[in-house]
Design a protein around this ligand. Structure first.
Ligand SMILES: *Cc1c(COP(=O)(O)O)cnc(C)c1O
Length: 364
């Protein structure tokens, strides 16, 4: 059976063992006669699936008991709206650190609800750098400070968390969750779309400190967008994305079996070092992100010309490496090397870059 190295930023490659487990369960879950896709979310089969997924995530991320774990829909993008609606009243001040396209979208959604203030931005360098943040930059009445932990499109990351003083940190970890250790207790709320490092599209995980879940919300907030209702109903206020939750559970177990997030982080560092070490000495390929702010999940780089970029991407495709084309706002190339990308895939990519460079520069 053919399998490609898929460097997509999301939905992204899944571990083969997870796909095989899902395949074995697909038609008849644990031989019960029904697929997870066919069963009631209130059934005796599904309830343990969602409970186990939550328990496993709590173990691998070390999530304290005073945090709720919610399995929601609408993608990370719906959280851009849900967060202001649940953590602030209309007109309240909310601080945003704008470090990329998704951060900007979150900021724009915040503005629909209240006094969203951009406290720092990397836009003047086309988001190649992460701006420095100090507590004095944050308005005293800000309900929270929102930032994007890893900028999927630009390939930058907060290698140290921003210094927001005593303000509540709200963080979009879509493209780095489970890829790096985070101390959950430092955050008020963490959210992530599952399709990058936790499974498949259709599921968003929200980890929120329980004292931030308010029932005293503006009456215009729709029921489906209320954390309090979702928490009270164990993420089953309505039909949850059952299959996506099942898949996420398999991925959580896979991470645990691999040695946990610490082991994933080590491997991800090794994988990205291979790429950056090569990029730093290459005469053809050029890394995009500032060295100190580099992501080890999404590696962005460019070639001198459009023709060379096209030729390189074609060569990658020939060798079963796909989705390396960069986002249209950056151009060039982007290799997303999430947890499920084996180091062999990264080695093959670096080998191919070396060969391509030798050919282009006449050093064959
Ligand atoms: C992919 C991504 C999103 C958007 O996620 P959806 O689930 O498609 O809404 C938001 N933020 C970041 C950092 C992402 O990488």
């Amino acid at each position: 059976m053919k399998r490609l190295y898929n460097f997509s930023a999301g939905p992204s490659q899944l571990p083969l063992s997870v796909l095989e487990k899902a395949q074995a369960d697909l038609v008849s879950y644990q031989d019960c006669g029904s697929s997870v896709m066919e069963m009631s979310h209130r059934s005796a089969y599904f309830e343990p699936i969602i409970q186990d997924a939550e328990a496993t995530l709590r173990r691998i991320m070390n999530i304290p008991d005073n945090y709720a774990v919610l399995f929601l829909q609408g993608g990370a993008s719906l959280q851009f709206s849900m967060i202001p609606m649940n953590l602030a009243k209309q007109g309240d001040t909310m601080a945003y650190i704008v470090t990329g396209q998704f951060a900007k979208k979150a900021f724009q959604e915040g503005k629909r609800w209240g006094n969203a203030v951009c406290v720092a931005s990397g836009e003047d360098t086309n988001f190649q750098t992460i701006p420095e943040v100090t507590p004095d930059m944050i308005p005293a009445d800000a309900k929270f400070v929102h930032f994007t932990g890893n900028n999927t499109i630009f390939g930058t990351t907060f290698n140290t968390l921003p210094d927001v003083g005593d303000k509540t940190m709200v963080c979009d970890l879509s493209s780095v969750i489970l890829g790096k250790e985070f101390d959950v207790s430092k955050f008020g709320l963490i959210y992530a779309g599952a399709q990058k490092n936790m499974g498949i599209g259709g599921l968003t995980v929200v980890i929120v400190r329980k004292d931030l879940i308010s029932s005293d919300l503006d009456p215009v907030v729709p029921s489906m967008l209320r954390y309090d209702l979702m928490e009270k109903n164990d993420s089953m206020y309505n039909t949850p994305p059952c299959w996506a939750i099942y898949m996420a559970g398999l991925v959580f177990h896979w991470v645990e079996d691999m040695g946990g997030i610490k082991a994933m982080e080590k491997l991800n560092k090794e994988k990205s070092d291979l790429l950056y070490d090569y990029l730093d000495q290459s005469k053809l390929f050029h890394p995009v992100a500032d060295k100190k702010d580099r992501s080890y999940m999404n590696v962005t780089f460019t070639l001198p010309t459009e023709e060379q970029t096209k030729a390189f991407l074609a060569l990658c495709k020939e060798r079963d490496m796909i989705n390396i084309k960069g986002h249209r706002s950056v151009g060039g190339c982007r290799a997303s090397i999430y947890n499920a990308m084996p180091i062999e895939g990264v080695k093959l990519l670096v080998e191919t870059m070396k060969e391509f460079e030798a050919k282009e520069t006449g050093n064959v």
